[in-house]
Design a protein around this ligand. Structure first.
Ligand code: SF4
Length: 343
């Protein structure tokens, strides 16, 4: 059966129209399902009984099933969700003052192989469908009840731009005012910088986070093999042009790894690289894991790094690592896949 969550509104209108129904039926369904959270067609009282029956035979509104929830002492919740084929997806809900962010996954595993990331160690298993991406939001939303999700970040398992078609469909649904209705500013895509694909999301999102992690190619290639294909100068050139379009806010993510990219020299090189680029820098102290070789720098080292960037007038934020104690923080998702393979 066709998943409802794979269809953008125009696609749904087409499918419904092909059956000889008026287009507004599609908007009614969107409203019931996304806006009001009613997933059972029999409860959609402004649609005739016979048509409800037709829709219920045509579309599935089931979501990935929450199989596991782990609550961190900081209030974050890591959700384990099972897809129809029994694959595990992880999503993390992070409540904080003024906003509640849900971090969603776009793939199972990841082929980018960043050295500091557990998901990268799994390797690539498969892309998530649009319905599995939207389904994470629907399932978590139903679970949370009154607690509203205010922001969506594509920073879970996988590189979103490597699953571009499905991510674009999910973005359409997430941002449609009759769909999940998240405004431009509330949705962030995080990418290693797959420049070709990033062009296509210019008009789709307001916020783009680029995972940089080093200010020279030698170090970045060591940490992120994809840098061979998209070296730093190309990323910076792209960001300058992207920014010039005025549509999108750019953040650079920089995971601080003890003794690797956390020195004052590294900070100086970074400041030099980003000179003249209108952006924000998020510093993310490395989240340690038995599966990665890197350690977290000391608080003094982190502060010194930030202070230097501040001195150079960069907006620089040290990002709290939420959900660390439940392996739900940045770079920690997917550990279960590695545990399964452990001897
Ligand atoms: Fe993939 Fe992101 Fe992990 Fe890199 S950091 S391996 S892109 S999930």
């Amino acid at each position: 059966m066709q998943s409802f969550y794979d269809l953008t509104l125009p696609e749904l209108e087409k499918v419904i129209g092909a059956l000889g129904n008026e287009k507004f039926r599609a908007r009614q369904l969107y409203n019931w399902i996304y806006n009001r959270g009613v997933l059972d067609f029999s409860e959609m009282t402004n649609i005739s009984k016979s048509l409800r029956g037709v829709f219920s035979d045509m579309f599935s509104t089931s979501t990935p099933v929450i199989s596991d929830t782990l609550e961190s002492e900081d209030g974050s919740i890591k959700f384990g969700l099972l897809t129809e084929d029994g694959s595990l997806i992880e999503s993390v809900f992070m409540p904080e003052e003024g906003r509640n962010t849900l971090c969603v996954s776009s793939q199972i595993g990841c082929r980018m192989g960043c050295r500091f990331c557990v998901t990268g160690k799994i390797g690539f298993r498969r892309n998530l469908s649009a319905s599995e991406i939207v389904g994470q939001i629907m399932a978590v939303r139903q679970h949370l009840g009154d607690m509203r999700i205010s922001n969506i970040v594509f920073m879970g398992m996988g590189e979103p731009i490597d699953n571009l078609d499905n991510v674009l469909v999910s973005l359409d649904i997430i941002k449609n005012s009759l769909g999940l209705d998240f405004s431009h500013r509330k949705v962030t895509i995080s990418s290693v910088g797959l420049i070709g694909g990033l062009q296509s999301i210019q008009t789709k999102v307001a916020s783009l986070a680029i995972s940089l992690n080093a200010a020279n190619d030698e170090k970045r290639t060591y940490l992120m093999p994809i840098n061979r294909m998209y070296p730093i100068r190309e990323i910076i050139r792209f960001v300058k042009e992207f920014k010039a379009s005025g549509r999108v806010r750019i953040t650079f993510e920089y995971v601080l790894l003890k003794g690797v990219n956390d020195s004052l020299e590294d900070a100086k090189e970074l400041a030099e690289l980003l000179k003249g680029v209108k952006c924000k820098v998020n510093l993310i102290p490395c989240n340690e894991s038995p599966y990665i070789e890197f350690k977290t720098p000391s608080p003094e080292t982190i502060e010194r790094f930030q202070a230097y960037l501040h001195e150079k007038r960069f907006i620089t934020i040290i990002r709290d690592s939420r959900g660390k104690d439940v392996s739900g923080a940045c770079g920690q998702l997917g550990m279960k896949y590695l545990e399964e393979c452990a001897p």
